[in-house]
Design a protein around this ligand. Structure first.
Ligand code: ADP
Ligand code: TRP
Length: 335
């Protein structure tokens, strides 16, 4: 074991508005972990191309996600924030890893199968996505990867790819990464009770407010029990989301009211709306301030890219040497 601080890394695709599932499953942990080690967080724009091909919208989606991260508490003095595509070396490492990654490993990826089942075109990039994700993780010598449950298989695949690379080239280049899950928020339900996901149109956006937010919360699916009937909180989607947003005391109180009867689903939704406004009020304010400072966001991303790229070049150089290539390409400034 080394005594150096833990390196923490994670990424989110800029493919839609960040939602409560992203916050409780991932971003909240990012903010906590930036106090505990060397944290790197990125905007997975290369990955987003597997499902979203829209040159006009992509830059704004990337910027929006950067604003979300910063408004929710990511501190550029404590964590490195950058765009995945600002470190092209990840594509180089993706290739090197692919030379010893079994096709069977990729074929077992459930996220690929789910996406194809939902109608996303089965292109090579979508199939290859876990190799790019493994490169993202291994290139920064990552110890800990905070994610929601749907990503855990990809971290296990990353461990397998690192092992195969080490075995194939008889070397020890990569650090073994471990996933870090928050059990209580491993799968945040959406307004239809399925996993909340941008691809299911069932999200509550973190920065929605006013009428659109109300409309979303009020359309949370419930069963048809009347106000007077006793209800099981654990099957009430509004409660399951409330439990994450509100304080433990508030959640216990709602559970007790639902169980007792005389408290309708409409009441639970109103309480949820209020809890969301309270919980994210400050972050909304911060986000508005940040929107007014575009140069600040650009500067943060530029500094983050510089830092991340330096780390990446070091590891990719070792990987190149391990396979018998030059540590850096001829003419490269790294050389
Ligand atoms: P989406 O499914 O909406 O496209 P992403 O794949 O961009 O979300 O996920 C970004 C991060 O947020 C990942 O770490 C993922 O595990 C986490 N996450 C996404 N949805 C949820 C959810 N419903 N519950 C818990 N974590 C989630
Ligand atoms: N695949 C992740 C998602 O869809 C995003 C991602 C890309 C990622 N590379 C990563 C997450 C590396 C953690 C570590 O949510």
């Amino acid at each position: 074991m080394t005594s150096s601080p833990q390196r923490i890394l994670s990424g989110i695709q800029p493919s839609g508005m960040a939602h409560l599932g992203n916050y409780f499953g991932a971003i909240r942990q990012y903010v906590e972990l930036q106090e505990q080690g060397e944290a790197l967080y990125f905007i997975a724009d290369f990955h987003a191309l597997t499902t979203m091909q829209d040159r006009q919208r992509l830059p704004q989606m990337v910027r929006d996600l950067a604003l979300d991260y910063l408004a929710l508490g990511l501190d550029p003095n404590k964590a490195v924030l950058f765009r995945q595509s600002d470190v092209p070396e990840v594509c180089e490492l993706t290739w090197l890893l692919s030379t010893c990654t079994g096709l069977g490993l990729l074929e077992r990826a459930t996220s690929y199968k789910d996406k194809v089942a939902r109608g996303i075109k089965p292109r090579a990039g979508l199939f290859f996505y876990p190799v790019l994700m493994a490169a993202d993780i291994l290139i920064y010598g990552t110890n800990v990867v905070p994610v929601g449950k749907d990503q855990v298989q990809h971290i296990e695949m990353t461990q397998d790819m690192a092992d195969s690379f080490h075995a194939a080239y008889d070397c020890e280049v990569f650090v073994r990464p471990e996933a870090r899950l928050v059990q209580s928020a491993a799968v945040v339900p959406g307004i239809d009770g399925q996993k909340m996901s941008k691809s299911y149109d069932n999200t509550i956006a973190i920065f929605a407010e006013g009428k659109p937010l109300k409309k979303r919360v009020m359309s949370i699916v419930t069963d048809s029990k009347g106000v007077d009937e006793a209800k099981d909180p654990e099957t009430c989607n509004a409660y399951l989301i409330y439990k994450l947003v509100a304080t433990p005391e508030q959640a216990a109180e709602m559970a007790q009211r639902l169980s007792a009867g005389g408290y309708g689903y409409g009441d639970a939704k109103k309480a949820l709306l209020q809890a969301i406004d309270e919980r994210f009020g400050d972050a909304r304010e911060r986000r508005r301030e940040l929107v007014a400072q575009p140069d600040y966001v650009d500067d943060v991303l530029a500094a983050g890219a510089k830092h991340a790229r330096r780390l990446a070049q070091e590891v990719v150089g070792k990987a190149r040497e391990a396979v018998g290539l030059r540590g850096a390409p001829v003419g490269d400034l790294r050389a």
